[in-house]
Design a protein around this ligand. Structure first.
Ligand code: IMP
Ligand code: MG
Length: 371
């Protein structure tokens, strides 16, 4: 979901798992119709096609054989230089119906090599199926019998396809996108970890805007707005405000503040649902999350810090150890999944939050500067 970063490039959500599944289903139907009277050999071209082949053959209900091949280049001794060779094909294909399963056909150079190699085998018929096809770049006259989804000439990753080795494991397909204009930062960690203190320092240093969900709620509660009253009913019990209320408030706050250099979010998102909503919202504005940084501090130390803060701040939720524990529990059970969410996008960073404030700022700055 949203914009992800692989190596130096950014990619945005493009084709969902569901759409891929629907396209695969359609291809299975066509190929079944043409091949079910015999036992076809499906040949997947590695590496990119592994996921497509797996999903394809799972849906194919008649007898079939499955093979994988890989195109490897070796330097020939003649002057033409690189010659391609198929690795992994150790079967007699004489008289058989062969269906090549490709993840993507772009210029068609690879396909041409494949046709070239297969012409030496006395197959009954050779058919080609590709999940993705770029008609605008395809330069050959070679037939492509089955196409799942035609796409414009833009680089994609996911569902087996990679960018320099990364992205193959993603279940959805992403399309390359320009570097987002603004990078926002999520400051993370259980209550009392020093997020507010650090955010105040860092926003000055990097000219960022700090949006703290807690602060926004407290402002609303102080003004006794409708949202404030609603939020108070949850917060006073030590509970979290429901996602939809929080998201609505965050969006309006985000639009209100000038944030040309980015925003430090603190206290938000707290659930994967919120993270997805935030990613979608940012993507609409060609912005993204640069990183999620967690300040890590041992729980025992945090509880004493919070009780101390409760004595002077007037925050009801910090005056009772049980209410603190409710929030901790909430944090560790629900929001730890966020770590996984951002790790998948290569955007997760953890830093040691024990020590002098300036030392922690330094650790955070080091991360900020490499985002
Ligand atoms: P072709 O030989 O130009 O048709 O390109 C086929 C190969 O290029 C594929 O097997 C992929 O490895 C790679 N390729 C082409 N377009 C893309 C893309 O958009 N994303 C990832 N790989 C691609
Ligand atoms: Mg390929």
């Amino acid at each position: 979901m949203g914009i992800i970063k692989l190596h130096d490039k950014y990619f945005q959500t493009y084709i969902s798992e569901d759409k891929i599944a629907a396209a695969t289903k359609k291809m299975v139907k066509q190929i079944t119709k043409d091949c079910k009277k015999e036992v076809p050999i499906f040949i997947g071209v590695l590496n990119g096609s592994f996921m497509f082949v797996s999903d394809f053959v799972k849906r194919y209900k008649y007898n079939c054989e499955v093979q994988f091949v890989k195109l490897a280049s070796y330097n020939g001794t003649n002057s033409t230089g690189k010659i391609k060779q198929l690795v992994g094909l150790n079967q007699d294909l004489t008289g058989r119906t062969v269906v090549i399963l490709e993840d993507i056909i772009d210029t068609g150079n690879t396909l041409e090599e494949i046709y070239e190699i297969f012409k030496d085998h006395k197959v009954k018929q050779l058919k080609v199926a590709t999940l993705f096809f770029k008609p605008d770049v395809y330069k050959k006259d070679l037939p492509i019998d089955y196409v799942g989804i035609s796409i414009p000439d833009k680089f994609i990753v996911g569902y087996g396809l990679d960018y320099d080795g990364l992205g193959r494991n993603l279940p959805n397909v992403y399309q390359i996108t320009p570097k987002p204009t603004v990078k926002n930062i999520l400051l993370f960690g259980p209550p009392g970890v020093g997020k507010g203190t650090q955010a105040d320092i860092l926003k000055e240093k990097y000219n960022l805007v700090h949006i703290s969900t807690g602060d926004v709620f407290r402002r609303h509660m102080k003004k006794n707005t409708k949202l404030g009253k609603l939020a108070k009913s949850y917060i006073d019990k030590g509970n979290l405000v429901p996602d939809d209320v929080t998201i609505k408030m965050l969006k309006s706050e985000f639009k209100k503040v000038p944030h040309t250099n980015g925003v430090i979010f603190d206290g938000f998102p707290r659930t994967t649902a919120q993270a997805i909503a935030l990613d979608q919202f940012l993507e609409e504005n060609n912005e993204t999350i640069g990183g999620m940084i967690t300040i890590e501090v041992p729980t025992k130390l945090l509880i004493s810090r919070l009780l101390e803060r409760g004595k002077t701040s007037g925050r009801v939720e910090d005056q009772d150890e049980n209410k603190i524990l409710v929030r901790f529990n909430e944090y560790f059970t629900k929001t730890e999944e966020l770590k996984e969410y951002y790790q998948k996008q290569n955007k997760y960073f953890g830093i040691d939050g024990v020590g002098e404030i300036s030392k922690i700022t330094k650790r955070l700055s080091d991360v900020f500067e490499k985002l």
